[in-house]
Design a protein. Structure first.
Lengths: 407, 184, 119
C-alpha cells in the first residue's frame, strides 16, 4: 500500500506533504475502484461480441465503433426506466438486496495484486477474504427472493443459495492447493512465491485449477450453472420482480464477478502479474494479469456458449459426488507428492520438469478417473430414464427429467 | 480519549453488533430477525479484525453468516407453523428484560475483577499491546500458522484435533438421519 | 498493525456510495406511475394463487447441514495447509488420520443416499 501511494504520487503528481494521508488513501481506492467498476462495462461488450461469434452472429455493431458504446447505452436506458415496487413486497430487503450484491462483489477487488507492489490491501488472509466476502452475496439473493413476495423468486432464491453454498466447498478445497504450496494465504505472497519459482502452480495441480474455475463459474451462476435464472422454469429466479437499475445492479455485479474470476484464477494458479520483466517494469505486470484474466474469462464464455444447463439434481450430485471428493483427493495427493518430491535446490524449469510430470500427471489422472465414473453414472442414468419411459408409458416429462422440487 | 480511526471503527462495529442484536429480539418478523442476526454477527467479525484476529473474522463471516444463518433461513422456510403466521409477537418481554438485566449484572461482577486481576490499568495494557503490534507488523501472519502448529504438535492439540473429526463424522451421520424424508 | 486493512474501509464506503447513487439516480430519473396491474405479483400472467411464501422441500435443509459440516472441515484444513511445508510427513500423517475418520462419515453419507438430491 505504501508503494501504491508513492507511485500514485509520481503518476498523478500529488505531493507527499501537501495532502493528508486519508485523502491519498481515498484517491488510491477511488482509482482502483473506478478501474474495476468500468471493467464490467467493457467486458459486457466483449462477452456479447464473443457470444455472438459463437452463435454465428455479429453482435452489437450500431452504437459507436464496433458497438463499443452499447453497454453505456444500456446503462443510460436502465437509469431512465421505472422502478416497480411489487405489491406486498418486503420493502427494506427488496431495496437493499441489489446494493448488498454489488458491495459484496466490489469488496473482492481489495485483495487482487495488480502488479508488483500494487494491491488494495495485502491481507494475510487474502485467499479466505474473498471467499468470505463473496458468501455475502448469498444473503443478497435471499433478501431479493423473500422481498419480492413471489413464488418464482423465492424458489429461485433458495435454489441459488443451495447452489452457492454447495460449490463453496470445492472452491475452498482447490484454493487450498496454492495456499499449501506457497505457505501463505496472502494473495501477494502467493503471486510472489510463483514469481520466485519461475513456474506456475497450474503445472503442479491442473485438476485443482479446473475445479477452482468450475466452482467459481457456479458461484456466479452462469451457464451451465444458471439454474438460478432458468428462464424456462423459474422465469428469472430471484430477479423476477426487479426492474430498471436495481435489476441492472444484479447484472453489473454478475458481470463484475465474472470478470473478477479471471484475476483470482490468474493470481492463484497462473502467477498473477508474473511474466518476463514484470518485476522491473511494474506496468507490464498489469498487462500480463489482464491477458491471463481474459484467457480465463474466455474459457468461461466458451463453456457458456457450449454447454446446456444442468438439472438441479445433477447440479447437486455433480458437486457433492464429483467435485468435493475430487478436490479433497487432489489436495491430499498434492501435499503427499510435494513431500515426496521436494523442490530441487536450483529451481528453474528444467530441474522441475520431473515434478511437473509426476504431480501434474497424477492430478490429471485423478480427474480422468473421476470423469470416467461420471460418464458411467450418466450413461446408467440415461438408460434408467429410457427404461422408465418405455415400461410405464410415461409422458415425456417425468419428475426425474424436469427436476422440479416437489412440495 | 484520543479519537483514532480504530476507535471510530470500534464504535461503528459495536453499535452495529448491539443495535442489530436488539433488533433480533424485538423484531416481530422471523425473517427480519435472521437478517439482523447476520448484521450483528458481521459486526462481531469487524471486532475480531480490530483485535488482530483476521482468521477468526473470516471464519465468523464464512461459517456463522454464510452457513449457520443461512441454515436458519432454510429452517424458517421449512416450518409450516411459522410460515402461516408471519407476524410473531413476544408476550414475555418483561421476563426477558429481567433475565437479561440479571445476566448483564452477573457478567459485570465476574468480568470486572477478572480485568483488574489481568491488567490493572486497561488503557496502559492496550497501549503496550499496540506498541508491540506496531513493532511486529507480521503478527497476524503468525497466529494462523501457530494455530496450525498447535493442531499437530504432540504437546499441543493433536488429540483434540483428531477427536474433532469423530465429532464431525457423528454430525454428518446425524444430519442424514434427521433429514430422512420417511420419518419427517 | 491494522494499517493493512485501511483500504478495505474506504472501498466499502465507495461501494455503498456508488451503488446508492446509481440506485437513487435511477429512482429520480425514471417515471413512477404505479398501477394495480403493474405492481401485481408476476405469475406468468395469471392471478397469483395462494401465498407467495411456501414451505421448502426438505432437501434444502440437508444441503445446508452438509455445507456447515464441510465448511468446518475446510477450516481445519486451512491452518494445517499454511504450516504444511514445515511439518513434513508427520503433518501428512496427522491430517491423514483426521481425514480418514471423515472419510467414514462421507462414505456413510454417500451410501445412505444423503448426497442425492431426491431420495
Amino acid at each position: 500500500m505504501e508503494q501504491l501511494y508513492i507511485d500514485l504520487e509520481n503518476y498523478l503528481g500529488i505531493g507527499t506533504d501537501s495532502v493528508p494521508e486519508v485523502v491519498r488513501l481515498a484517491i488510491a481506492v477511488l482509482v482502483l475502484g473506478t478501474i474495476f467498476l468500468l471493467a464490467p462495462i467493457l467486458t459486457i461488450w466483449v462477452e456479447r461480441k464473443v457470444a455472438a461469434r459463437f452463435q454465428n452472429r455479429i453482435g452489437p455493431n450500431r452504437t459507436g465503433p464496433y458497438g463499443l458504446l452499447q453497454s453505456f447505452a444500456d446503462v443510460l436506458k436502465l437509469i431512465g426506466k421505472e422502478q416497480i415496487m411489487p405489491a406486498h413486497a418486503d420493502r427494506i430487503p427488496f431495496l437493499f438486496a441489489p446494493l448488498l450484491m454489488v458491495v459484496s462483489v466490489i469488496m473482492i477487488t481489495a485483495v487482487i495484486p495488480l502488479m508488483p507492489n500494487y494491491i488494495g490491501a495485502d491481507l494475510s488472509i487474502g485467499a479466505l477474504y474473498f471467499v468470505a466476502i463473496g458468501s455475502l452475496s448469498t444473503i443478497a439473493v435471499v433478501m431479493a427472493g423473500w422481498g419480492s413476495n413471489n413464488k418464482y423468486a423465492l424458489l429461485g432464491a433458495f435454489r441459488t443459495v443451495a447452489q452457492l453454498i454447495s460449490y463453496e466447498i470445492p472452491l475452498v478445497f482447490s484454493l487450498l492447493v496454492p495456499v499449501l504450496f506457497a505457505g501463505t494465504m496472502s494473495m501477494v505472497g502467493i503471486t510472489q512465491a510463483q514469481a520466485d519459482l519461475d513456474y506456475w502452480y497450474i503445472f503442479l495441480a491442473p485438476a485443482s485449477f479446473l475445479i477452482f474455475l468450475f466452482s467459481n463459474l457456479a458461484e456466479i451462476g452462469r451457464t451451465p450453472f444458471d439454474l438460478l435464472e432458468a428462464e424456462s422454469e423459474l422465469v428469472a429466479g430471484y430477479q423476477i420482480e426487479y426492474s430498471a437499475m436495481p435489476w441492472g445492479m444484479f447484472m453489473l455485479s454478475e458481470f463484475l464477478h465474472a470478470f473478477l474470476i479471471g484475476p483470482l484464477v490468474a493470481v492463484l494458479f497462473l502467477g498473477g502479474w508474473d511474466g518476463p520483466f514484470a518485476e522491473d517494469v511494474p506496468v507490464l505486470g498489469v498487462v500480463y494479469l489482464v491477458i491471463k484474466s481474459m484467457a480465463v474469462y474466455f474459457l468461461g464464455m466458451w463453456m457458456r456458449a457450449t454447454l446446456p444447463r444442468f438439472r438441479i439434481d445433477q447440479l447437486m450430485e455433480f458437486n457433492w459426488k464429483f467435485l468435493v471428493p475430487l478436490s479433497i483427493a487432489n489436495l491430499l495427493i498434492a501435499s503427499f507428492l510435494w513431500e515426496l518430491f521436494p523442490e530441487p535446490a536450483g529451481g528453474g524449469l528444467v530441474d522441475n520438469f520431473p515434478r511437473f510430470i509426476v504431480m501434474g500427471g497424477s492430478s490429471l489422472f485423478t480427474l480422468m478417473v473421476g470423469l470416467e465414473f461420471l460418464r458411467r453414472k450418466s450413461v446408467e442414468d440415461r438408460e434408467r430414464i429410457a427404461r422408465l419411459i418405455d415400461e410405464k408409458n410415461y409422458p415425456l416429462a417425468t419428475a426425474d427429467q424436469t427436476g422440479v422440487a416437489g412440495d | 480519549m484520543e479519537l483514532t480511526w480504530e476507535l471510530v471503527a470500534f464504535l461503528g462495529f459495536a453499535v452495529m453488533t448491539l443495535g442489530s442484536g436488539l433488533m433480533v429480539v424485538t423484531s416481530s418478523n422471523l425473517f427480519h430477525s435472521v437478517l439482523f442476526l447476520m448484521t450483528s454477527l458481521f459486526g462481531v467479525a469487524g471486532l475480531f479484525v480490530l483485535l488482530v484476529a483476521p482468521f477468526l473474522a473470516a471464519i465468523q463471516v464464512l461459517v456463522y453468516i454464510g452457513a449457520i444463518a443461512v441454515l436458519m433461513l432454510f429452517v424458517i422456510m421449512l416450518t409450516r407453523q411459522v410460515m402461516s403466521r408471519p407476524e410473531l409477537y413476544n408476550q414475555q418481554m418483561a421476563g426477558a428484560l429481567v433475565a437479561a438485566a440479571i445476566l448483564f449484572l452477573a457478567l459485570l461482577f465476574v468480568l470486572t475483577p477478572l480485568a483488574d486481576e489481568i491488567g490493572g490499568d486497561v488503557a496502559q495494557v492496550n497501549a503496550e499491546v499496540i506498541a508491540e503490534a506496531d513493532d511486529a507488523p507480521d503478527v497476524d501472519y503468525i497466529t494462523v500458522e501457530e494455530l496450525g502448529r498447535a493442531f499437530v504438535t504432540r504437546n499441543g492439540f493433536v488429540l483434540p484435533f483428531e477427536v474433532t473429526s469423530i465429532l464431525l463424522t457423528a454430525a454428518m451421520i446425524g444430519a442424514i438421519v434427521v433429514a430422512r424424508e420417511d420419518e419427517a | 498493525m491494522l494499517d493493512v486493512y485501511a483500504p478495505v474501509a474506504p472501498l466499502f464506503i465507495l461501494a455503498i456510495l456508488v451503488g446508492g447513487i446509481i440506485l437513487i439516480l435511477s429512482r429520480l430519473m425514471g417515471p413512477s406511475k404505479p398501477h394495480a396491474r403493474k405492481v401485481a405479483t408476476y405469475e406468468s400472467g395469471m392471478r397469483p394463487i395462494g401465498p407467495a411464501v411456501r414451505r421448502l422441500p426438505v432437501q434444502f435443509h440437508r444441503v445446508g447441514m452438509l455445507f456447515i459440516l464441510f465448511d468446518i472441515e475446510v477450516i481445519f484444513f486451512i491452518p494445517w495447509a499454511l504450516v504444511f511445508r514445515d511439518l513434513g510427513f508427520y503433518g501428512l500423517a496427522v491430517m491423514g488420520v483426521f481425514f480418514y475418520v471423515l472419510l467414514i462419515g462421507l462414505a456413510y453419507e454417500w451410501f445412505a443416499g444423503g448426497l442425492e438430491w431426491e431420495q
